[in-house]
Design a protein around this ligand. Structure first.
Ligand code: S3P
Ligand code: PEP
Length: 429
């Protein structure tokens, strides 16, 4: 699918934020690791959450869905002896289920996205699982990955946090089910630290006890715990909504986004603070972010690791700011659906933006006068690149054509529909 984004001056309307991707994956997993029946209210519907649904069924969970209610009867620590799992392009689903697979005799995670998830590294999680008596065959730390589990052991486990927090989250979900107690030591500088807070929140809701050091470098997890089957309500999603907020920020707008909790543990909630720092007129009350954009933006400097999945959208807004913006500590953007520094900046430059990359930084020399556009953009299989470039297209002189825009469905299938509903001029073909 191609998305043709035409220049659009004004956006106006109200949108219900999509459901959180990260909470949906976590609640589904917690429900599957429990033994009774749990209910998720308002689970996300996207390629990633569908991948989780499919894999959990393959692992023996029973799922029934009607309207906004998903019922899951879990398998506890006894998943079915499935032989193959296909997580599509979902990094978190793969990493979380690699630890669950340690309870199965022989599971192969297949490689269906060789140019995206197929290129992403999993060595640090493989290394941690190997310390736990799990044998693993892999392609240089990448997919396909074959896990020979059955008798994983707790104890002292070292895992690097340098590349992704998902490896640590994965171990935090699985170690409570082991016979032995575990002590998890995180080595290196933990990236996307804030997301680990979401893991701990969900574990607590599921009745699992974890003792965490304040700096998240060490965790004590007692073994022989069980997940409580119960009801979870999924909150609105900040990473996806950040793109809508950025679109409202760079245009003349009057846009309200509902379902965005002011106290959410999603790091990408900071998108609201970043836009505020850019001088965008907005309020955030009663779970509604109300943006009244006037097209004027100021440059900002932020540590992007605190809102990793919203950095691209914030960079897109900074493309139109007065002055030079800097998003630092973002090296791990290189290990996502594409290299979100080099690949993303290449596309931004094509569109006419003035951007520079460092190994762990994105620098944006703003162009308040707008960018030229009039080119075709490569999506690099990346939903966040697609969303961010659509924001840039709105304020370009000649519009942008985004190739392979269907990959937006990885997290936000209704993105273009939402953006069109508030007045963005977009054609899909
Ligand atoms: O734990 C999670 O659900 C996620 C963690 C983050 O990844 P990293 O820890 O690899 O940065 C984030 O980018 C991803 O979208 C979801
Ligand atoms: C990086 C992302 O997802 P994942 O790591 O789960 O593939 C994302 O949603 O932006």
């Amino acid at each position: 699918m191609k998305a043709i984004v035409h220049p659009t001056n004004e956006l106006k309307g109200e949108i219900q934020a999509l459901s959180s991707k990260n909470y949906t994956t976590r609640y589904m997993l917690a429900a599957a690791l429990a033994q009774g029946e749990s209910t998720l209210l308002y689970p996300a519907h996207s390629e990633d959450s569908d991948a989780m649904r499919r894999c959990l069924r393959d692992l023996g969970a029973e799922l029934h869905e009607e309207g906004h209610r998903l019922q899951i009867r879990g398998f506890g620590r006894n998943p079915a002896p499935v032989q193959q799992l296909n997580v599509s392009n979902a990094g978190a689903v793969l990493r979380f289920l690699m630890s669950v697979a340690a309870f199965c005799p022989d599971v192969t995670f297949v490689n269906t996205y060789p140019d995206s998830l197929g290129k992403r590294p999993h060595d640090d999680l493989i290394d941690a699982l190997q310390q736990m008596n799990v044998k693993i065959e892999h392609n240089n730390g990448k997919l396909p990955i074959r896990i020979f589990g059955g008798a994983p052991k707790g104890g002292h486990i070292r895992v690097s946090g340098e590349v992704s927090s998902q490896y640590l989250s994965s171990l935090l979900f699985m170690t409570p089910l082991l016979e032995e107690d575990s002590e998890i030591e995180v080595t290196g500088d933990l990236k996307s630290k804030v997301v680990v807070g979401q893991t701990l929140e969900v574990l607590e809701q599921a009745g699992i006890q974890v003792e965490a050091a304040a700096d998240l470098s060490r965790f004590r997890v007692a073994g022989r715990q069980s997940y409580r089957a119960q009801q979870y309500a999924v909150q609105g999603d900040y990473p996806g909504s950040a793109a809508i907020l950025a679109a409202a920020a760079v245009t003349r707008s009057d846009v309200k986004l509902h379902r965005l909790s002011e106290t959410s543990k999603q790091g990408e909630r900071a998108a609201v603070d970043v836009l505020r720092a850019m001088g965008v007129p907005l309020t955030h009350e009663q779970q509604i972010v109300h943006v009244q954009g006037n097209t004027r933006l100021k440059a900002v400097e932020f540590d992007g690791d605190a809102f990793t999945d919203a950095v691209l959208a914030m960079v897109a807004a900074a493309v139109f700011a007065e002055g030079t913006s800097r998003f630092y500590n973002v090296e791990n953007l290189r290990y996502k659906e594409c290299d979100r520094i080099t690949d993303y900046l290449r596309e931004l430059k094509k569109a006419g933006a003035d951007v520079e990359e460092r190994q762990d930084e994105i620098i944006v020399h703003g162009k308040p006068e707008g960018v030229e556009g009039g080119v075709e953009i490569d999506a690099h299989y990346d939903h966040r690149v697609i969303m961010a470039l659509s924001v840039v297209g709105l304020r370009s002189r000649k519009g942008l054509v985004i190739r392979d825009a269907h990959h937006v469905a990885k997290s936000y299938p209704q993105y273009f529909e939402h953006l069109s509903s508030i007045g963005a001029r977009i054609e899909l073909e």
